[in-house]
Ligand binder design. Structure first.
Ligand SMILES: [Zn+2]
Length: 469
C-alpha cells in the first residue's frame, strides 16, 4: 500500500515538472516595407527565428473553418492561408485572407485530421499600413476532453470547452513606428515540441479598434510537425520568370538545405517528396559521424540540379551540383544515394583545414572518396549491396582503388580491426595530419597487412558471413 502511493506521488511530480518545463515562446519579426520581399525571408532577431512560410507543413493538408466572423469578399478565401502561395507585393488583397471591413476579427479553426506532434505554429501577414500587424490568441486541443467544442463562437471562452491557450500574439509596434510591413510570427518551445494536438483555434482581433479597415491581411498560416521537411512556399506571382527555390530546415541542429531546381522543374516534385526527407534525416547524422575539435559543419548548403552539367555530381564548398540528365535516368535507382555521397563531402570540408594547417598532409583521394562511399553504401543503403565484391573479383581488388572498393575495405576494417577508423581518418584528414601510420596506430597492423587480410576475406568469406538457405 505504501509503495503504491509512493509511485503515484512520483508520477504526479513528473507531470507537474513537465508543466513547469514547457516554455512556449513567440518569435516576432517585422520587415519594414522597403526590406520586405515575396520570399518572406526573415533575419534572426532577439525573440527567435521565424522560418520562411512552407508549402509542405501539416496545415497544408488541414481543414480550415471560419468559426465566427465574416470574410471580406475583397480578399481571398480561407484556402489562401494554407495553399503554400504568398502575395508577391505588399497590398495584394486577393492573395490574403482578412475579416470584413467594420468587423472586429473572428475565429478560425484548423483541423489537422489526426493528433500531431507540433513544433511550431507560424503566421505571416503583409500590408503597407495598419493591416500588417497580427493580434490573436492561439488555442490547441487534442479533441479528447469530454466537453470539447470544435467550433466555439466568440461568446464561449475556448479554455472552458476543451482548448488550451498556447500563446497571445500581438505584433503591433510601439509608437512612433509605422505599422506597415511584413510580419512573421513563430510560436514554439525552445525545449521541444509544443505538444500533440489535432485542433488549433485562432481568436483574431482587429489591430486598431478605431480603424474600420484594421483587419490583418493574413498571407499564410503554417503548422510544422516534428520531423517533417519544410519546403518553402512560393510567390503567387513570381517577380521575374519561373524561379523555383525549395528549401527546408533539417532538424535537429537547425541545418538549412536549399534544393534548387530552378533549371529543372520536372525534378521539383521528386526533390520535395523523395530527396528532401532523406537529406533532412541524413545530413545531421553524417555531421555527427564526422566531428573534430572546434569544427562546425556547414549550417546551410545548396543542392543544385544543373541542366548542362556532365557526369553525376560534385561538391565544391557548400554547393552540391547534380547533373540533371544522369539523375533523370536514375531516379528509381542510384539518384538519392549519389546525393548522400555528396552530403559526406559537405560535412568533410577537408579543403578548408588543409589551407589552415601548416604544411598540412593531404588525405589521399581514395580515403576521402572511400569514406563517402562507405557511409553511402554500408550505412545509408546496405540493402542494395552496391559495394559488395564477389570472391571471383577478390584477386584484383586493391584497397586504394577508391570509391566502392575502398568503401568495402573501410567497412571491413571497421568490422574486424578498428570500430572508429572512420572517425580517426576524419580528424586526421580535416586537421591535415594524415599519414598511413594512422591505420597501424588504430589497428596494430600496417595498411598493407590490413589490405592483404581484407583480400583474403573477400576470396574466402567466412561461413558465418555466407547466406544460409
Ligand atoms: Zn565524391
Amino acid at each position: 500500500m505504501r509503495r503504491h502511493s509512493l509511485k503515484i506521488a512520483i508520477v504526479m511530480l513528473l507531470v507537474s515538472s513537465g508543466i513547469l518545463l514547457a516554455e512556449v515562446r513567440t518569435a516576432i519579426v517585422r520587415l519594414p516595407s522597403e526590406q520586405a520581399g515575396p520570399e518572406f525571408r526573415f533575419p534572426e532577431n532577439p525573440s527567435g527565428k521565424v522560418p520562411s512560410p512552407s508549402q509542405s507543413d501539416a496545415a497544408s493538408k488541414a481543414v480550415f473553418t471560419l468559426v465566427d466572423g465574416t470574410r471580406d469578399r475583397n480578399g481571398g478565401e480561407l484556402a489562401k492561408l494554407n495553399d503554400g502561395k504568398l502575395p508577391a507585393e505588399a497590398d495584394q488583397p486577393a492573395e490574403n485572407f482578412f475579416f470584413a471591413a467594420g468587423s472586429d476579427g473572428g475565429r478560425l479553426a484548423i483541423d489537422l485530421g489526426k493528433i500531431t506532434e507540433i513544433t511550431q505554429v507560424n503566421s505571416y501577414s503583409w500590408h503597407p499600413a495598419g493591416r500588417g500587424p497580427q493580434v490573436y490568441t492561439l488555442f490547441a486541443s487534442d479533441g479528447k476532453p469530454a466537453d470539447f467544442n470544435a467550433a466555439p463562437k466568440r461568446g464561449t471562452p475556448p479554455d472552458k470547452c476543451g482548448w488550451k491557450q498556447l500563446a497571445k500574439v500581438d505584433t503591433r509596434p510601439k509608437k512612433p513606428l509605422e505599422p506597415g510591413g511584413q510580419y512573421g510570427v513563430s510560436v514554439f518551445d525552445p525545449k521541444g515540441p509544443l505538444g500533440s494536438y489535432r485542433y488549433l483555434l485562432l481568436d483574431i482581433v482587429r489591430t486598431d479598434p478605431n480603424d474600420l479597415f484594421g483587419n490583418t491581411f493574413y498571407s499564410e498560416i503554417d503548422v510544422v510537425a516534428a520531423g517533417d521537411p519544410v519546403v518553402a512556399a512560393v510567390s503567387a506571382r513570381p517577380a521575374s520568370g519561373p524561379v523555383r527555390r525549395d528549401s527546408f530546415i533539417a532538424d535537429p541542429g537547425g541545418y538549412e538545405i536549399v534544393i534548387d531546381t530552378t533549371e529543372t522543374p520536372d525534378l521539383t516534385d521528386w526533390a520535395i517528396k523523395e530527396l528532401a526527407p532523406v537529406l533532412q534525416k541524413w545530413y545531421p547524422q553524417i555531421v555527427g559521424m564526422l566531428p573534430s575539435e572546434g569544427y562546425q559543419a556547414p549550417k546551410r548548403f545548396v543542392v543544385f540540379f544543373s541542366q548542362s552539367m556532365q557526369g553525376v555530381a560534385a561538391t565544391g564548398g557548400t554547393r552540391v551540383s547534380c547533373a540533371a540528365a544522369w539523375f533523370r535516368s536514375n531516379l528509381k535507382g542510384e539518384a538519392i544515394g549519389a546525393v548522400v555521397h555528396e552530403l559526406v563531402h559537405v560535412a568533410q570540408q577537408y579543403g578548408q583545414a588543409r589551407q589552415a594547417g601548416q604544411r598540412p598532409a593531404r588525405a589521399p583521394g581514395w580515403v576521402v572518396e572511400g569514406m563517402a562511399d562507405y557511409i553511402r553504401w554500408f550505412l545509408y543503403e546496405p540493402q542494395t549491396r552496391g559495394a559488395e565484391i564477389p570472391p571471383a573479383r577478390a584477386a584484383q581488388a586493391k584497397y586504394d582503388a577508391g570509391y566502392r572498393i575502398s568503401a568495402n575495405f573501410i567497412s571491413w576494417v571497421t568490422k574486424n580491426a578498428a570500430k572508429d577508423i572512420v572517425g580517426k581518418l576524419n580528424v586526421a584528414a580535416r586537421q591535415g595530419t594524415y599519414s598511413d601510420d594512422i591505420w597501424k596506430e588504430a589497428t596494430g597492423q600496417t595498411l598493407q597487412e590490413l589490405g592483404e587480410k581484407w583480400k583474403q576475406s573477400l576470396a574466402d568469406p567466412k561461413p558465418a558471413e555466407e547466406k544460409k538457405n
